[in-house]
Design a protein around this ligand. Structure first.
Ligand SMILES: NC(=O)c1ccc[n+]([C@@H]2O[C@H](COP(=O)([O-])OP(=O)(O)OC[C@H]3O[C@@H](n4cnc5c(N)ncnc54)[C@H](O)[C@@H]3O)[C@@H](O)[C@H]2O)c1
Length: 376
């Protein structure tokens, strides 16, 4: 099968997320990394590109040159899809220009820094019919997909309570020192947008909740914490939520939960039982019941759904990790670009990215207006 030509913007060797995308893109042999702008410094950009084995003639000094020169190439040579892996504030202008020039887009979360811009991206995408994914990585785990499948089959009955937590601790080592804070773009509103904690990890928790249950959050009430008055963005937040099936729940997030790593934990309670799952042990899905002992469900088994097993590469007992999760999202995007059939939920869509930034906006409004209920 012909490989899809992938361009990457950001994600240089100095970045956190670049390596995850580069390896994920190669995982199912569906893409070739053809070119990009990995870093705004052209010399560093070329240096990284050499390390990744990218043809230097397709490595451009900046984003505008990338779009201008790639757009002129004949169809069979042109980069088809572009991953936007830059800090948040650049997502909108870059994704917009890519859509205007008819590229498919894979964009990091949060999609934009305000809801209005997300609506504009949606308008452009609908006009072009291009494929657009937002990389909420954690929904690519096979067992998460199986949990979604079981919930959609009514395995738990009506969902009546949700509790999604994403706790990190790494900001604890920078937040107390204003000098150290300056080196962290996630704490800078000009780069991160209106939120740090909710924007960076709360948005994962929110997406996971709507993705798994198929429900939508209709109202929320938030209480955020910046820890210091002279720190402009939240580093911790708790959000009460109401869902469109009348269930209630809570999204709990923190970047100052000292010692926590990437503790994304999901608990969904229904009339007939519950599911519990933790990102740090992603191959174990626990099913709880009022009448039976707790069950452990694992990926790669014949009892798993086709959707889950489509994202499993080896027989059961070979653990899936974060690279596999992102690889599965890239695989879904490849199917969509190639006009192959794909599963509902195989990659997070622009609509879901738009929901994510609406959530961030409403959380910040709720907190600022005195912890009041807000409708989404
Ligand atoms: N899906 C996830 O789980 C996940 C995890 C981490 C980060 N992210 C998201 O990924 C994005 C990047 O985060 P990060 O932690 O990798 O940031 P980072 O600061 O570590 O890396 C950003 C990269 O973008 C490059 N860059 C900046 N401006 C550029 C420009 N104009 N042109 C080309 N390259 C440019 C930088 O040189 C660097 O290589 C953020 O939006 C973040 O929210 C998502």
């Amino acid at each position: 099968m012909k490989k899809i030509k992938l361009g990457i913007i950001g994600g240089g060797g100095d970045s956190l997320i670049g390596i995850l995308h580069r390896i994920a893109a190669r995982m199912w042999d569906r893409y070739e990394i053809t070119g990009g702008v990995f870093n705004p410094d052209f010399e560093l950009n070329k240096k990284y590109a050499q390390q990744f084995g990218v043809d230097l003639s397709r490595v451009y000094p900046d984003f505008d040159t990338f779009v201008a020169l790639e757009s002129q190439k004949p169809k069979d040579q042109k980069i088809e899809v572009v991953s936007v892996l830059t800090p948040n504030a650049l997502h909108f202008p870059m994704a917009k220009k890519l859509l205007e020039n008819k590229f498919h887009v894979i964009c990091e979360k949060p999609l934009t820094t305000n809801h209005k811009d997300a609506i504009e991206l949606e308008r452009l995408q609908k006009k072009n019919g291009t494929v657009f994914a937002v990389t909420y990585t954690y929904t690519g785990y096979p067992i998460v997909r199986h949990m979604k499948h079981l919930l959609s089959q009514g395995h738990l009955g009506k969902v009546q309570k949700v509790d999604i937590q994403y706790y990190q601790g790494w900001i604890n080592s920078v937040i107390h020192d204003p000098e150290k804070r300056k080196g962290v773009w996630r704490l800078n509103p000009k780069v991160a947008g209106i939120s740090s904690c909710i924007g960076d990890i709360g948005t994962h928790a929110f997406h996971m909740l709507e993705y798994l249950t198929g429900l939508e959050v209709t109202e929320l009430l938030a209480d955020l914490n910046t820890l210091y008055d002279h720190n402009p963005l939240d580093v911790d937040g708790t959000v009460l939520i109401r869902l469109n099936n009348n269930a209630k729940g809570v999204i709990r997030t923190s970047q100052i939960a000292s010692g926590e790593e990437n503790n994304l934990s999901v608990a969904i309670y229904g009339q007939k039982g519950a599911f519990k799952w933790e990102q740090e042990n992603p191959n174990l899905l626990y099913q709880l019941s009022d009448s039976e002992p707790r069950k452990v469900i694992k990926p790669g088994n014949t009892y798993c759904s086709d959707f889950a097993n489509d994202g499993t590469k080896l027989p059961a007992g070979h653990p899936e990790g974060i690279f596999d999760a992102m690889g599965n999202i890239y695989k879904g995007v490849a199917k969509a670009i190639s006009e192959q059939k794909y599963f509902d939920g195989e990659f997070p869509t622009l609509y879901q990215g738009k929901r994510g930034i609406l959530f961030i906006e409403k959380v910040v409004e709720s907190h600022k207006e005195g912890n009041i209920w807000k409708s989404l």
